[in-house]
Write a protein that binds this ligand. Structure first.
Ligand SMILES: [Zn+2]
Length: 846
């Protein structure tokens, strides 16, 4: 204890920690230290040794960064007996002193200060599988490293900000001391929080503990047990009967669960997984559940569904979920005999989101995984005896939410979640989505992780703590930045939550969603973006040259610029919806172009499909570049025009909506008719449309480059034409692309009269009038398809200067090439029913 006594005076000057009964042990003081970091000798450390070594060395480097003092790292057999130690791991010395418990609880960790030496140890477990290869920290338990993070946070002013090494913050300090006799022992209530991994210190320091003992399939086990590739050809009867046929799906196959062989395979997969060494195995139906339509499946377990096979009503029919519950419970009972002591984690998701109705207890080996956790279902779950409690699958973050790659989760929601999980004994978390936005959401991840350990902590203090560590002198500006951001994320519009197992959603057929546009427009109006920009810029100007601050600010800048460009494009799109003006068109084109250019300017991996890392870290959750144009996946999608090629519009000098065409104008290009459609094939086709006045007729001329295919049978042209001045009806002409008859209808119900279900056209009585017709002229290469529309269809012939209502559609359904293009795009469409509800204008030339 000589060091401690000697450095006492210095310590008091430095304002170091308080003294209790015994003098504290000073590990570092006054720019010097006698301590060594001691890890178990190689032979006793086994396969955990390299990880303990890595942790010890990182700790040594970190402490040097904070204090200027480098502590040597030695194995126990090499330690200097004259010098005190920081003992990391289940060392012989800790054992000799009787400090190690006989058996550790799951993730138990301890920090003890005894006779001037520090002992950091915990529940360390080697990997399940034998071997000699390098071990990843997620495949083992490192309670000792967890103890080390506790020491660093409590005594060395450290915070785990975004990763290991330079992503860990340590504040400058002259001394590090621990009270003599200090005892800290913890067994985390949350046994695991897995999902996207960040790094050893970040994850363990923030309580995001791996669960190498849990054989998790990421949610679904049936499809792992019976892969279609292996079984569909030889055993089609294992798979779902759908409209009279056995069918499969490449990623979400559905099964004929009444077939005993199917159930046996599902069960055998559980056994195999457990026999690989796991303590608990996941059991859940294939994603996007659709029931098999065979009679035995209908009658399985006597749970007779009301909805007929093929009807979508099965989603609300509890019989299907009940069949799954009964089946899974039977498997758990069988497992109790076959693998005593092992556990099964049954998924409550999709059809089994509601608790079972036909029983109230599970075998003692069952854990229930709530996906998602729903507070309103907790009263129902409380009736169930589930000895091992519940775990959950959370959807706080991820590019699949409506927010896409913009921030998602408020601090208030973090607190509510943490309180609920504590109240309802949630013992494990799978994070579906996390870490996509360390620049904009890093503080939230930190606050969330800390609240899970104690929901009653002050969010304000956590935020301040995070910002001081992450941004130092720039902390006040970044606090303002995050506070404003958090207050904006709190604003929402109705529409959530979705059923994440909805097959239509999983297949990318979510309804077109002006709601996403509304949400982003609501949260990020120009003045809010400007205010955020002001804080971020001020932070950039005041931040120190510290590597951590600079790198984090680079992330914040990248993600914020993306947010701004996305919000601005969304605002411009909404403005065009409102005004349809040429100016709004041009603003939208500029905004989408700027956003597209920003995405395209990011460095990518060699194959160009994903973004290259920034400062060694994935950006935007390593999402596909193509997904970013739509702001993410599933619920996030910002459909056209944001996801389309604005450069094309600009090059062709075209507008999108509110278009006005002169009867002398040259051919104009089309846009996808459906906001969900891709524009690539249409643009590549080069199809244009123009309108000419002949002696007694309109000639709407489609120019279609390229060689003829399929004789025009798989191509359709549609013209909408009406005389706006006289109030005469809007007419609809539709034909195949060949000399043939034209179907002729007139507007019968507007979208409004049809309760928002889209306008309706009905066949028109022709009363001896000359019909419209189509002629085809071969050009080189390609054709002109001309729709001839006699003036006599209208109450009056066109007069120079008049404005007529006009739109033109061309569609193609070749096996390899399928698209629908329209001249004036309905930017106000809510779904496909409204595609034709916003024609443009035809000006009759002078
Ligand atoms: Zn069946």
């Amino acid at each position: 204890m000589r060091i401690a006594v000697l450095s006492l005076g210095l310590m008091l000057l430095a304002g170091c920690s308080s003294f209790r009964a015994a003098p504290p042990c000073f590990i570092i003081s006054g720019g010097t230290s006698n301590y060594q970091i001691v890890i178990p000798a190689a032979e006793s450390g086994g396969r955990l040794q390299p990880l303990l070594q890595q942790a010890a060395e990182q700790c040594s480097t970190l402490l040097q960064r904070g204090t200027g003092v480098l502590l040597p790292v030695v194995t126990e057999d090499q330690r200097d007996p004259q010098r005190p130690g920081i003992y990391l791991g289940q060392t012989a010395r800790a054992r000799e002193l009787g400090l190690l418990p006989e058996k550790f609880s799951l993730w138990e960790h301890q920090v003890l200060c005894r006779s001037g030496e520090l002992f950091l140890f915990g529940d360390d477990r080697p990997p399940l599988t034998a071997g000699s290869g390098r071990v990843h920290y997620t495949s083992v338990h490192l309670g000792s490293v967890k103890a080390l993070t506790v020491f660093l946070e409590k005594f060395a002013q450290t915070a785990f900000i975004a990763g290991d090494a330079e992503w860990i913050s340590i504040l400058p300090q002259d001394c590090i001391s621990v009270p003599e006799g200090f005892t800290f022992r913890a067994v985390p209530r949350l046994q695991y929080s897995n999902g996207r991994v960040t790094s050893m210190f970040y994850d363990l320091g923030n309580g995001l503990l791996p669960a190498p003992w849990y054989g998790c399939y990421g949610g679904h086990s049936h499809n792992v047990a019976i892969p279609p590739k292996k079984y569909f050809d030889s055993h089609p009867e294992y798979f779902q009967l759908f409209k009279g046929k056995r069918v499969s799906h490449p990623t979400r196959p559905q099964y004929c669960l009444s077939n005993p062989a199917v159930r046996e395979l599902i069960y055998q997969e559980l056994l195999q997984h457990l026999d690989a060494g796991y303590e608990m195995v996941q059991l859940g139906a294939s994603d996007g559940f659709i029931p098999c339509e065979c009679e035995p499946c209908r009658e399985l377990y006597g749970q007779i569904p009301v909805a007929k096979p093929g009807e979508d009503g099965f989603r609300n029919d509890p019989a299907w979920g009940e069949k799954l519950w009964i089946m899974h419970r039977e498997m758990a009972q069988r497992l109790l005999q076959d693998r005593p002591g092992k556990r099964v984690c049954i998924l409550s998701y999709g059809p089994t989101l509601q608790p079972p109705r036909t029983f109230t207890s599970f075998p003692e080996n069952v854990t229930i995984e709530l996906a998602p956790y729903r507070e309103n279902l907790q009263p129902l779950w409380q009736k169930f005896a589930v000895r091992d409690g519940f775990v959950t699958y959370i959807y706080n973050w991820g590019g699949y939410q409506r927010e896409g790659m913009t921030p998602h989760f408020t601090w208030e929601k973090c607190r509510t979640q943490a309180r609920n999980f504590l109240k309802h004994n949630i013992k494990g978390i799978y994070r579906c989505g996390f870490g996509e936005l360390f620049g904009l959401e890093g503080a939230t991840y930190y606050i969330w992780a800390k609240l899970l350990q104690n929901p009653e902590q002050s969010v304000e203090k956590l935020l301040t703590h995070y910002c001081q560590h992450a941004f130092r002198e720039a902390a006040p500006e970044m606090e303002k930045f995050y506070r404003l951001l958090d207050s904006r994320i709190a604003l929402t519009i109705p529409g959530e939550p979705k059923n994440w197992d909805d097959p239509a959603l999983l297949d990318g057929e979510a309804p077109a969603s002006p709601a996403n546009y509304r949400l982003l427009a609501l949260r990020y109006p120009p003045q809010v973006l400007a205010e955020l920009e002001g804080y971020l810029r001020a932070a950039e100007q005041t931040a120190p040259e510290l590597e951590l601050c600079q790198k984090l600010l680079d992330f914040a800048r990248l993600e914020f610029d993306y947010l701004c460009l996305t919000a601005k494009a969304v605002q411009a799109c909404n403005e065009l919806r409102r005004t349809l003006s040429p100016e709004a068109n041009r603003d939208l084109i500029a905004a989408v172009l700027a956003r597209n250019q920003f995405i395209a300017s990011q460095k990518t991996t060699r194959d160009g499909t994903r973004f290259a890392p920034l400062h060694g870290r994935a950006i935007f959750g390593n999402s596909l570049v193509s997904d970013m144009y739509q702001n993410g996946t599933l619920s996030a999608l910002l459909f056209g025009p944001l996801s389309w090629d604005a450069q094309w519009w600009q090059d062709k000098q075209m507008l999108l909506a509110g278009r006005d065409m002169d009867t002398r104008a040259e051919g104009e290009y089309l846009l996808p008719i459906n906001c969900r459609s891709n524009d690539k094939l249409l643009n590549a086709s080069g199809v244009t449309v123009k309108c000419r006045l002949a002696e007694n007729e309109f000639q709407v001329i489609f120019t279609i480059p390229g060689p003829r295919q399929f004789g025009g049978d798989k191509e359709t042209i549609i013209v909408q034409l009406g005389q706006s001045d006289t109030g005469s009806p809007l007419y609809w002409y539709s034909a195949r692309l060949k000399p043939s008859g034209v179907s002729h209808s007139q507007l019968a119900l507007t979208d409004r009269d049809n309760n928002g279900q889209g306008s309706v056209y009905r066949p028109r009585e022709m009363k001896g009038q000359k019909p419209a017709n189509v002629t085809i002229q071969e050009t080189e290469p390609g054709v002109l398809a001309i729709m001839h529309i006699p003036f006599e269809h209208f109450s009056d012939s066109p007069k120079p200067g008049q404005k007529w209502i006009f739109n033109a559609t061309y569609s193609r359904s070749f096996p390899e090439e399928n698209f629908e293009g329209i001249w004036n795009y309905n930017i106000q469409q809510r779904n496909w029913r409204h595609r034709w509800d916003l024609p443009g204008t035809l000006t009759i030339a002078q």
